[in-house]
Design a protein around this ligand. Structure first.
Ligand SMILES: [Zn+2]
Length: 467
């Protein structure tokens, strides 16, 4: 029985390669097959010069496929440097040939018979050299990425939304949309609504396409991809590495750090209200006074009275929502109307954000130098744990204060207003919800059996954070 073979030819980038090269490679390989009595099943070809092929080499992949599926017993190529373009591919080929016992026959080079012990020995050595190179390269790449991160530089990749391909130059149109989105988000506009707006004004990004897994289609934003964008520390001019912020970025920020922190805090704490439920002032914000479950809006204005009900499986109450909304709004407005509203409402005074930023960046530097001292052997493991914990907890405090400073924006229009009630009435439902969420925790109790009039004692409005 004759052995089946495939032939692999390739034009490489580095030689002024031309078609003639491929024809000669192919002739030599076919002659090799004829000399040995191998039957050639397929000739696979790659052209690295073609821009279309990108990084993938369909011919090489087809060779691997033939080997792995057992279709061929021999792979014929002109020379080793024609066969592989990089060490990673080389390793894949060795491993596939070894696993399938396939012979690799090079017209200008050795014949590696992976079905014999000697062939496997050679392959093992070639393979481990290739593996070492791949790993060294990846180590180098990683440390280069890490260094770039700690210097606040980016390390390549696709164009970030809001910036040019260089990642440094702001694209004003997109950046404007991002700024508005942060403001909207903090005023309670849902992510899906922001996505819809971005789609309507035809803002496209690689990010949206990537997140949806589409290829070649115009990218559509979704709530999820907008969330990815707004959570990205890049927009606050911060450089993250492996999920941690490690430096101030070299690129200009799109929004203030406190705005970004407030947005991240908002995104992580917000409880999603199921879409099908009626959106009322307090749905998903207020809690049941009996069990602590969120209170949802129910009832349809046409069929019955709009109400709030406890969302637990056997809800603890359902009661008219209008008097509750009216009462909670009144409490909130009363607080906002006081002369010292700005201070009262943010619990602490608006912090000096510049000082907070400075301290945070000092702490980050300190964390980094601690790691170095540990590497130097100056500190013991338990010392470093203690120091790191202390630094991290202070850093967390600072980040919280910065987020608080960002939240003040939501209240801005009201705190500065002379007629608070008029401004309040003019705000969107979402904005009013955001204000309540910022300022207060609302607890709704059952109205009491057979009670017809509204009793303010059954609704508690406490300043946020107070037990
Ligand atoms: Zn309940």
């Amino acid at each position: 029985m004759t052995t089946s073979a495939n032939v692999y030819v390739r034009i490489s980038q580095d030689r002024a390669g031309e078609r003639a090269g491929v024809i000669r490679q192919r002739e030599d390989c076919m002659r090799r097959a004829a000399d040995r009595g191998w039957e050639v099943l397929a000739v696979h070809e790659d052209n690295d010069q073609s821009a279309k092929s990108g990084r993938r080499r369909p011919g090489f992949e087809a060779v691997l496929d033939d080997v792995q599926s057992g279709r061929v017993g021999v792979v014929i190529a002109w020379a080793l440097d024609r066969l592989q373009r990089n060490r990673r591919d080389e390793l894949r080929l060795y491993e596939a040939c070894q696993a399938a016992g396939v012979t690799l026959s090079l017209v200008n080079g050795a014949e590696l018979d992976f079905s014999t012990a000697a062939g496997r020995y050679v392959a093992d050595n070639l393979g481990s050299i290739a593996r070492l190179e791949v790993e060294l390269k990846s180590d180098r790449q990683q440390s280069a990425n890490k260094q770039a991160a700690h210097e606040g530089r980016r390390s390549g990749g696709r164009r970030p939304f809001g910036y040019d391909q260089d990642g440094m130059t702001i694209r004003e149109r997109e950046a404007d949309a991002i700024r508005t989105a942060y403001r909207d988000l903090l005023s309670g506009v849902p992510l899906a609504q922001i996505a819809k707006t971005w789609n309507e004004v035809e803002l496209h990004s690689g990010q949206a396409r990537w997140a949806e897994g589409h290829k070649g289609e115009p990218s559509r934003w979704t709530g999820q991809t907008v969330r990815v964008v707004l959570s990205n520390p890049r927009y606050a001019g911060l450089r993250a590495y492996k999920g941690e912020i490690v430096a101030e970025a070299k690129w200009p920020p799109v929004v203030a750090q406190e705005t970004w922190r407030a947005a991240v805090a908002h995104l992580s704490t917000r409880q999603a209200v199921p879409r099908k439920l009626a959106r009322r002032l307090l749905s998903g914000l207020a809690l049941c006074g009996v069990c602590g479950a969120p209170v949802w809006g129910g009832g349809n204005a046409r069929q019955n009275v709009p109400n709030y009900r406890c969302s637990a499986a056997y809800g603890h109450f359902a009661r008219m929502s209008e008097p509750v909304d009216e009462y909670v709004s009144a409490v909130i407005l009363e607080r906002l109307s006081r002369p010292d509203a700005a201070q009262l409402l943010t619990t602490t005074k608006r912090p000096d954000t510049a000082a907070l930023h400075d301290e945070a960046s000092t702490l980050r530097n300190r964390l980094e130098s601690v790691a170095l001292e540990f590497a130097d052997g100056t500190l013991t493991a338990s010392q470093i744990r203690a120091i790191t914990e202390r630094l991290r907890s202070r850093l967390a405090e600072l980040e919280e204060s910065l987020a608080d400073a960002g939240r003040v924006d939501v209240l801005g229009p009201l705190v500065r207003a002379t007629d608070v009630r008029a401004v309040w009435d003019g705000l969107s439902l979402e904005h009013r919800r955001a204000i309540i969420d910022t300022l207060a925790t609302v607890t709704i109790h059952p109205p009491g059996r057979g009670v017809r009039t509204f009793d303010p004692a059954t609704v508690r409005v406490r300043p946020k954070g107070e037990k």
